[in-house]
Design a protein around this ligand. Structure first.
Ligand SMILES: [Zn+2]
Length: 125
């Protein structure tokens, strides 16, 4: 069994389980530059190196820890994809996110901890 097959199987089962609970699995594109984008202003730092663990945005001067900044960008991108799919986020704070699927008239409630966004780039095997 290859690692690729295991990964595909994992994603398939996770998607199935989440859909059973009325939740959304959002996969962020592997080429999405989650580490290089400033999660505060959107500036893209093209010269960020793999061993740069922290960096300061030259545009807004926000100071970033590489992984925390990347996770914030992945969350934002996941929410952008939800909106692109016409899934409206109706409540968004530290404890809960509610969404309404307008196209189908469904009312779906999600908790933030159960939302899942993923970046293949960030998976180290
Ligand atoms: Zn910035």
């Amino acid at each position: 069994m290859s690692l690729d097959f295991s990964w595909h199987q994992f994603v398939t089962i996770l998607k199935y389980k989440m859909e059973q609970k009325g939740k959304h699995l959002i996969l962020v594109d592997r080429f999405f530059p989650s580490s290089k984008l400033c999660s505060n202003c959107g500036y893209k730092k093209d010269d960020l190196k793999l061993d740069d663990r922290e960096w300061t945005c030259p545009q807004c001067l926000a100071h970033h820890h590489r992984d925390i900044n990347a996770s914030e960008n992945i969350e934002k991108e996941g929410k952008r994809i939800l909106r692109e799919k016409n899934i409206k986020i109706i409540r968004d704070n530290d404890t809960a996110v509610g969404t309404t699927v307008n196209a189908f008239g469904e009312d779906v409630r999600l908790s933030l901890g159960e939302q899942f966004s993923m970046n293949y780039e960030s998976i180290a095997l």
